[in-house]
Design a protein around this ligand. Structure first.
Ligand code: EPZ
Length: 423
């Protein structure tokens, strides 16, 4: 397995390009299933998860070409409406084919994704919402078997929890349902707005995306489109923290500060100086020590759970303390023991972690456990004294396009190598 070796201590300076958002591109790719016309996406990040979604859509019968961050999909000849376990188990976002398949083809057989490292992550909101839209659903042999031979019918769906992909799945399904659908307690993430804008460019009638109440008027069919993916707000925040933790200054381009309202406010409270630019922003570490900041993860526009691990890495070096509370997932502190092995002082009490700042971190051989935990260890390694070795970096490849290249271009000493077999 590959591993990354980071020689800590470099100050990052320069300009860094932000890629298209993984969590926008994934639902956008499944939207291609809703039309038989050519569907084109640009600014698609080249990531393992994107390649897996392309593999999943191809086995459904989509004809796909992808190169240089551009993907073209022809779903006119889709026949297979089964999403198999061996793909779905690798990427939970595979569940996003369920809504489009039932909406356009009247049936789908999608493997239950199963849990993952950060939690059990059920899909009951997806399933119950589709039932509300008139789909017959049977769970058997680890699969969701859904059918709507006469098509879906619009309904008012009040979701018990705010769920990003459930909102996306049901919004896509509703675009081809008969009549009006109202999603209550909908997720408000920018990726929802991006998907709604793409669907509207295909002829869908959607109001309220970005609010907790989304109204969709079903139409008979959707056209093809050509659409560009929004910037990745999680990648943006990750590299903003890299600037602070290395006491450097980075200009992040092809992104938008407005995508991270709560996170940028928290980073400012640590003492960092943020200056908006025409197509992003410059972030500079403050002249004084890093200030401890309390953080609680919440659905957008609150502090994103996908940035919790990265913020914790920064807080390990504050001149005070920080209480970090994770409210979205039940097991998203797996980076804590690895950070502690690098000298961090963190104690976990239930869903909260108390981070007491230490004067420095020390390099160690550490292991990535999930996508965002792995990048928090990269951030810690950039600041630590010595050479940090990060194993199991396939997690990183799922969500960070050209990570070593981007960091090297702004002064990091980071390289990928083959790990010994046992790592
Ligand atoms: C999306 O996952 C993101 N993934 C996650 O990013 C992100 O962490 C998460 O939203 C929260 O912001 C994509 O967009 C592809 P949820 P999703 O449904 O939609 C519970 C990353 O690192 N829930 O909003 O799966 C669930 O268990 C990934 O890029 C149910 O109970 O998350 C969780 O506690 C990790 N039943 C809460 O809701 C359901 O049917 C929020 O989960 C669905 C969700």
């Amino acid at each position: 397995m590959d591993r990354i070796i980071i020689q800590g201590g470099s100050t990052l300076n320069g300009t860094l390009h932000i890629s298209g958002a993984k969590n926008a591109a994934l639902p956008l790719l499944t939207a291609a299933l809703l039309t038989e016309e050519p569907f084109h996406l640009s600014n698609v990040p080249e990531l393992a998860d994107i390649r897996l979604m392309i593999e999943l859509l191809s086995q459904h019968g989509c004809v796909i070409t992808s190169q240089n961050n551009e993907v073209t999909i022809d779903a006119s000849a889709v026949e297979n409406t089964t999403a198999p376990y061996d793909i779905v188990r690798k990427m939970r976002a595979s569940i996003l084919v369920l809504g489009p398949l039932v909406a356009r083809f009247g049936k789908a057989r999608v493997s239950l994704p199963g849990g993952c490292a950060i939690g059990t992550r059920p899909v009951d909101i997806h399933v119950n919402g589709l039932q509300k839209l008139g789909a017959q659903i049977e769970l058997s042999e680890g699969y969701i078997n859904a059918s709507a031979p006469d098509g879906l019918v619009g309904a008012t769906i009040s979701m018990p929890m705010i769920s990003v992909t459930a909102t996306e799945n049901l919004m896509m399904a509703a675009t081809l349902a008969k009549g009006e659908t109202v999603l209550i307690n909908a997720a408000r993430e920018p990726e929802i707005i991006d998907l709604a804008n793409c669907l509207k460019s295909m002829g869908a009638i959607i109001e309220g995306a970005g609010t907790d109440r989304i109204t969709i008027q079903g139409v008979d069919r959707l056209k093809g489109t050509s659409y560009s993916v929004i910037p990745d707000r999680i990648e943006t925040a990750t590299y903003a923290i890299a600037a602070i933790i290395t006491q450097g200054e980075l200009t992040l381009c092809d992104t938008d500060l407005a995508l991270i309202p709560t996170v940028s406010e928290a980073l400012t409270r640590t003492g960092a100086i943020i200056t908006p630019t025409a197509n992003g922003f410059t972030i500079k570490a403050g002249s004084g020590p890093i200030q401890g900041v309390d953080v609680m993860t919440e659905p957008y526009p609150g502090f994103a759970t996908d940035i919790q691990a990265q913020m914790m890495a920064l807080m390990t070096l504050s001149n005070g303390a920080s209480m970090i509370t994770e409210t979205i997932f039940e097991n998203r502190f797996m980076h804590v023991p690895e950070l502690c092995r690098m000298g961090a002082n963190i104690t976990v009490h239930g869903s909260s972690a108390l981070v007491r700042g230490v004067p420095y971190l020390s390099a160690a051989e550490v292991m990535a456990t999930d996508l965002r935990a792995s990048v928090s260890l990269v951030l810690a390694g950039l600041a630590a004294k010595g050479d940090t070795i990060l194993n199991r970096i396939y997690h990183l490849d799922r969500g960070y396009e050209k990570l070593e290249q981007k960091l090297t271009d702004v002064g990091a000493k980071i390289e990928r190598s083959k790990a010994p077999a046992e790592a």
